[in-house]
Design a protein around this ligand. Structure first.
Ligand code: ZN
Ligand code: ZN
Ligand code: FE
Length: 754
């Protein structure tokens, strides 16, 4: 057969293919290579019937399957040779059949360069238009109410396109062909500036006025794509402090947005990989190291060497930097502990006393999402908070049952299965407040409806007091309880497609174990279905319930007592009566629980070396302890592994004794921190080496919230690699409790297979 002879292929492509500019791309490629036939959109599948010269056809297939537009995510390609049909041109066919199987819509996408140059062009009809978008960029997930993805199923439904926009929409050669949220200033959403009590401020240029107000030190609540931000000038210390005081958020780092990458690079070290993450169309918050000499407001991320930074992703945000501002604080627009807010009226009420002004718009947000947070760990992108730009997230896990996994409590997310795929929800929040519980229910309802899913089985954490467990109990249908750290382990196995036995090292804050005590320094051997607890951190009796987590000095007091030491000799910053109360309660067993939590051991060390007695945000003491660790120190403290009976025990007594001896010799806290981190990594690696000898398992999985600690994760990862292990850690599924729902779902599915 020669290359100019004609062939015909039937091509099926599966994945994220809707709302990502795929069909215009295919159309354009067909023209380029002289291909005839048609393309048809069917849900998460694109079908192409392509006829042309053999060589051209090959190039066409290569371009559409292997080099799709940046937002398309092709999961499966199928090509079949067909008998010739004699097509004479290429057309885009509409399809009303909506396929079963994978149902994917695109995440929300940051404004593309082409759109931004229109926004900057005084001659363009979209000059300074804040809602400019095209097939390659703009809102998607946050505005979609139902599938298929058509304008009438989005919150753009109420905006009738003007004739210019409609012409673009219908022209296959336009960048806005079938762009569902297509609009312009004549026909699309508009901005409105309002006083703190909600009264509109009459002005022709709300963005210009907002810039002036920010420069004067005001706090503005700005409606974005997935919710509201609270925004102020990051270089204005007074404004930043005002925001902290009003939000009652004394220390927690505030995310910032810089005008561009050049400004970001003035303040932070940015590697080429980090640059890629920052400027990707997903536009996450990236955790970056501050430059040592850069002068950044001390109040942005107090006591920390790193900062969360993102680049503008909405035309509106780009425009805010047009008149001199370079760095803005962009923190989620809610009261502390509440979920992110997205409705105009409720936001004006909810942020009363926090925001000085509101910059609103009239496009509704259907699904609210926070900003996503990522970092680099051991050279890989690691997602800590999966939300805007990263959701929806479908995993091809071959799930055989219709399950809803309800997650844990902190950093909750839920996970739903349908037709073999698992769909993880966006980050929901800490499921302690009723407001977060309301959002949790709403997200479950919306995702179930969007996917037309019908969950029959509910999976929840073992902990009886989590709201997620309580919610499961109210449902009719079978329920499956899953141990917290098993779920962590399997979340990582699912991501890396591990099906056999693994050794799991799960270092975590809190999670209920089968014996009724709190676990969190765990070594498991197991599969997706079940596990054996083969080792753990030595037990300690902790006193004070939830207050232990809020007040690290309590962990220190409990550990000191376990060593038979007088806590008052080491912890001098705490009121005498508080210390006495803890020690008395420990002696009488009042409100005490037994724990193997690695998180509490980190708290204990942080308190002992004077990092912090009490925290104001989640894991603050451990984060600051990691942050201060001096680079270049390789020494360790002594440790012991007791192997007389299973489960083995990682004995903390020598480690603590080493830390106390260093404190006595006035070794700097930064060195103690590094040595402590090294010790935990060395001891864990040692434990796993010994386990391998007995159990002959070589795959090691690292999971649990303590591994958000990059120093610990990278050090342990390196040690295990050096010993020849295959080592895996959570990358795309959060390593913290946000990933629990995926683990729960996979475990339940494996249990049901029997
Ligand atoms: Zn665009
Ligand atoms: Zn228009
Ligand atoms: Fe956990």
């Amino acid at each position: 057969m020669n290359d100019t002879e004609k062939s015909r292929y039937m091509i099926r492509l599966c994945g994220v293919v809707q709302g990502v500019g795929y069909r215009p791309y295919i159309f354009q490629k067909a023209k380029e290579y002289g291909i005839c036939g048609w393309v048809n959109n069917a849900g998460a599948m694109v079908i192409i019937d392509a006829e042309g010269e053999r060589n051209s056809l090959k190039c066409f297939v290569r371009d559409v399957a292997a080099r799709p537009p940046v937002l398309a995510d092709i999961k499966k390609v199928e090509i079949r040779l067909q008998a010739s049909a004699g097509y004479e041109d290429f057309e885009i066919r509409e399809s009303d059949t909506f396929s079963k199987g994978l149902k994917l819509v695109s995440p929300d996408v940051g404004a593309c360069e082409k759109c931004m140059s229109e926004v900057r062009d005084p001659h363009s009809r979209r000059y300074r238009y804040a809602f400019t978008n095209c097939t390659e960029c703009g809102p998607r997930f946050s505005i979609i109410k139902a599938l298929p993805y058509d304008r009438c199923n989005t919150t753009m439904k109420d905006f009738q396109q003007c004739s210019c926009c409609e012409t673009e929409y219908n022209n296959p050669e336009s960048r806005r062909f079938h762009t569902q949220p297509n609009c312009c200033s004549d026909c699309g959403p508009s901005l409105e500036l309002a006083h703190s009590h909600g009264c509109t401020i009459n002005c022709t240029d709300p963005i210009g006025r907002t810039i002036e107000l920010i420069k004067k030190g005001n706090i503005i609540a700005i409606k974005g794509i997935g919710g509201f931000h609270l925004c102020c000038d990051a270089s204005n210390d007074e404004a930043v402090m005002k925001l902290r005081n009003r939000k009652k958020r004394p220390h927690k780092p505030l995310a910032v947005m810089t005008k561009n990458i050049q400004i970001a690079a003035r303040y932070c070290e940015i590697s080429s990989q980090e640059l890629k993450l920052l400027s990707s169309p997903r536009r996450p918050i990236v955790l970056l190291k501050k430059k040592e000499k850069a002068i950044m407001g001390e109040n942005i991320a107090p006591c920390l060497k790193s900062i969360g930074l993102m680049l503008p992703y909405l035309p509106l945000q780009h425009l805010l930097f047009d008149d001199g501002l370079e760095m803005l604080v962009m923190t989620s627009g809610n009261r502390s502990r509440d979920p992110i807010q997205c409705e105009n009226d409720s936001v004006i009420q909810g942020l009363d006393g926090i925001a000085d002004y509101f910059l609103l718009h009239n496009r509704d947000i259907y699904s609210s999402t926070d900003d996503s947070v990522v970092k680099l760990a051991a050279g890989r992108e690691q997602v800590s908070r999966r939300a805007r730009g990263y959701i929806p997230y479908a995993l091809d896990l071959g799930i055989n049952h219709d399950i809803l996994a309800l997650g844990a409590e902190q950093k909750n997310s839920v996970c739903l299965s349908q037709s073999g795929y698992a769909y993880m929800s966006q980050y929901i929040g800490d499921l302690k407040e009723m407001a977060v519980y309301e959002r949790f229910k709403e997200i479950i309802d919306k995702q179930t409806a969007l996917l037309k899913a019908n969950p029959l089985i509910y999976v929840h954490d073992l902990h009886p007091q989590y709201l997620s467990t309580w919610h499961a109990e109210k449902q009719t249908g079978p329920k499956i309880p899953v141990q917290h750290h098993h779920a962590h382990m399997v979340s990582c196995m699912a991501e890396h497609k591990l099906f056999g036995e693994v050794i799991g090292i799960i270092f975590d804050g809190t999670g209920l174990g089968y014996d009724g005590s709190i676990w969190g320094g765990e070594f498991f051997i197991g599969s997706r279905k079940c596990f054996r607890r083969v080792g753990h951190l030595g037990q300690v009796l902790l006193q004070g319930g939830d207050r232990v987590v809020q007040e690290p000095w309590r962990s220190a007091a409990c550990y000191l007592r376990a060593l038979g030491l007088e806590a008052r000799d080491y912890i001098k910053t705490v009121e005498r009566y508080e210390m006495d109360a803890v020690l008395h309660a420990l002696a009488s067993g009042l409100n005490c629980h037994s724990s193997t939590s690695m998180g509490r051991l980190f708290d204990c060390i942080a308190a002992l070396i004077g990092v912090r007695d009490r925290i104001t945000y989640d894991a603050q003491a451990a984060i600051e302890l990691e942050d201060m660790a001096e680079a270049g120190i390789t020494s360790c403290y002594g440790y012991r592994i007791n192997t007389n009976s299973e489960p083995w025990e990682l004995d903390y007594r020598d480690i603590l004794a080493g830390v106390l001896a260093d404190l006595d010799c006035r070794v700097p806290a930064s060195a103690i921190s590094a040595k402590f981190h090294n010790t935990i990594a060395a001891a864990a690696a040692d434990m796993v080496l010994r386990l391998r000898e007995i159990h002959k398992v070589n795959d090691v999985v690292l999971s649990g919230g303590v591994f958000e600690n990059r120093y610990l994760l990278e050090d342990l990862h390196r040690r295990l690699k050096d010993s020849g292990f295959s080592v895996f850690f959570n990358e795309q599924i959060p390593i913290n409790d946000s990933g629990i729902s995926v683990g729960q779902l996979v475990i339940a599915d494996s249990i049901l297979e029997d």
